[in-house]
Design a protein around this ligand. Structure first.
Ligand code: MRU
Length: 335
């Protein structure tokens, strides 16, 4: 688990330092939490929602004023724009604050936490049957226990299939530019004892063509009403390569990632990040730059995969085929 309570302190495992160092940060203060979210010390759509909710719950327990609660909620809500779980969790908390009465907020924060654990379990149960014994699967970014407070989304499905005794081999996209696949997913899979091989993002098409991987499972930061979805940049090219090789492609996401107010992928806001993330790399090893300091950079942190490339979407509320998504199955479950 990448987050824990220590008395009245909210501690986060600093994901910027993994896999070499397991350092915990006290992120009880909303200002510290906001910095942790922006710099990806804490990350992964579901975990962002839970971390922000627990931070606000703690703030209310410390006896803050309604004005300071609302200012902190607004600050955290704006920390990252694509992962809708962050906004959805904070909106649940602010809706539970009745005028100046904040007494219900802490309970809702705990519910956001428990809700994520349960949704991860349900996704794993729905998705595990997709994986056959002896199969290979490609995944992108990190979607496990470091991105949620449960077993994860795509990685949770893989974990469940492995726990059921299926022999599954995972091909892990390193996930440029911040390397969540290499740094975090490889670390998690090693801890879980699940066989895996690290590849660069550009090797995925070769793996698909070779038949080593017969399925692709990824997470999502926001699913639009029509089934288009945003996920870590590189997901779209993986989906195109999978379609070309007739390999089934599945996003796995909790219902808290579904944003019915976005009609399609074009309405999903895409986070643009600092150019230096592409000009070089930094981490527990220090920092390095491999191009001229002034080189112009395009660094969208996410991309949108159209529903046309989705075989089916796995959620905690069931599995939706491309045809069902196109027929408006997500909107039909509104409310
Ligand atoms: O920028 P990050 O590391 O927060 O991006 C995370 C992803 O893109 C995950 O795939 C997504 O949040 C789904 S994880 C359960």
């Amino acid at each position: 688990m990448a987050l824990r309570m220590d008395g009245e302190r909210l501690l986060l495992l600093d994901q910027r330092r993994l896999p070499d160092e397991e350092r915990w940060i006290d992120a009880s203060d909303p200002l510290v939490m906001e910095g942790c979210i922006r710099t990806l010390a804490v990350r992964g759509a579901p975990l962002l929602g839970v971390a922000a909710a627990l931070c606000l719950g703690l703030l209310v327990r410390s006896g803050c004023t309604p004005a300071s609660f609302r200012a902190s909620a607004a600050l955290l809500r704006a920390a990252r724009p694509t992962a809708v779980n962050l906004m959805a969790a904070i909106d649940r908390l602010t809706a539970s604050a009745l005028g100046d009465d904040l007494s219900g907020v802490d309970e809702v924060a705990m519910d956001v936490f428990l809700d994520d654990v349960a949704r991860c379990e349900a996704m794993a149960a729905h998705g595990a049957s997709l994986l056959e014994d002896g199969s290979g699967v490609i995944t992108h970014c990190n979607t496990g226990g470091l991105a949620t407070v449960g077993v994860g989304t795509a990685l949770g499905v893989i974990h469940r299939a492995h726990a059921q005794g299926k022999r599954v081999h995972v091909y892990v996209d390193e996930t440029r530019p911040l390397l969540q696949g290499g740094r975090l997913t490889a670390w998690e899979l090693r801890h879980l004892g699940i066989p895996h091989t690290l590849i660069t993002d550009s090797m995925a098409a070769v793996v698909l063509r070779s038949g080593r991987a017969s399925r692709v499972l990824v997470g999502s930061d926001r699913v639009a009403r029509n089934g288009d979805f945003a996920n870590k940049v590189g997901t779209y090219s993986l989906a195109v390569a999978a379609a070309h090789h007739h390999v089934p492609f599945h996003p796995v996401a909790p219902w808290t990632t579904v944003d019915l107010s976005c009609p399609d992928g074009d309405a999903i806001p895409i986070e643009q990040r600092d150019a230096d993330e592409v000009r070089g790399a930094s981490g527990s090893f220090g920092s390095v730059r491999w191009c001229p300091r002034e080189t112009e950079v395009f660094n969208p942190s996410f991309d949108v995969t159209p529903v046309a490339l989705v075989t089916s979407l796995v959620t905690d509320r069931g599995v939706f085929s491309r045809e069902q998504l196109r027929a408006g199955a997500l909107g039909a479950l509104d409310g």
